[in-house]
Design a binder for this molecule. Structure first.
Ligand code: SF4
Length: 164
């Protein structure tokens, strides 16, 4: 579906403002593309909203939301000073201010990812409490990544199915 039609189809009135779900986002300057869970508008203001099922885990959702805001700023030629993350655990939405520090951190991470793509070097698996809530946990297998002996056991026992 063309982007304009997709946006038009997903716009809904919400009190005094507008709500658009599943909006495609991109930034030519940053080389980013993705999709916002929602973009809300009221008066002259616009802001992204990210929905998370559980509880807040550090700054990760803030960084994701800020990247969405940077895309929206470029697309709309607008200034977006804040957005919201809604957490399903406490059923609350928290405001995230897009400070200079947060914006710089997002841009730094984008630069690191680009470097990793160019050099084809994956970062080391963190294998800490963050992994418990990570969607990649069952693909990444972080408990194996930093333990060569365990990798050998995994290959022998699971991948090649020749446990002794
Ligand atoms: S499971 Fe892998 S990708 Fe996810 S946080 Fe842990 S190390 Fe990172």
């Amino acid at each position: 579906m063309p982007i304009a039609a997709s946006i038009a189809a997903s716009i809904a009135a919400n009190g005094d403002g507008w709500y658009c779900g599943g909006i495609p986002l991109w930034s030519e300057a940053l080389g980013l593309s993705g999709r916002a869970d929602a973009v809300e508008m009221a008066d002259d203001a616009v802001w992204p909203v990210e929905y998370k099922a559980g509880v807040r885990h550090g700054q990760t959702a803030d960084l994701q939301l800020c990247a969405q805001a940077l895309c929206l700023e470029e697309m709309l030629e607008a200034e977006i000073p804040y957005g919201y993350v809604w957490y399903g655990g406490p059923r609350r939405r928290l405001q995230v201010d897009f400070t200079t520090a947060l914006r710089n951190e997002v841009c730094g991470i984008i630069g690191e990812i680009r470097e990793q793509l160019l050099t084809r070097q994956l970062p080391a698996a963190v294998d800490d409490e963050r992994c418990n809530a990570c969607q990649l946990l069952h693909h990444c297998l972080p408990q194996l990544a930093n333990a060569p002996r365990k990798v050998r056991s995994y290959l022998k026992d699971v991948v090649f199915g020749c446990a002794t």
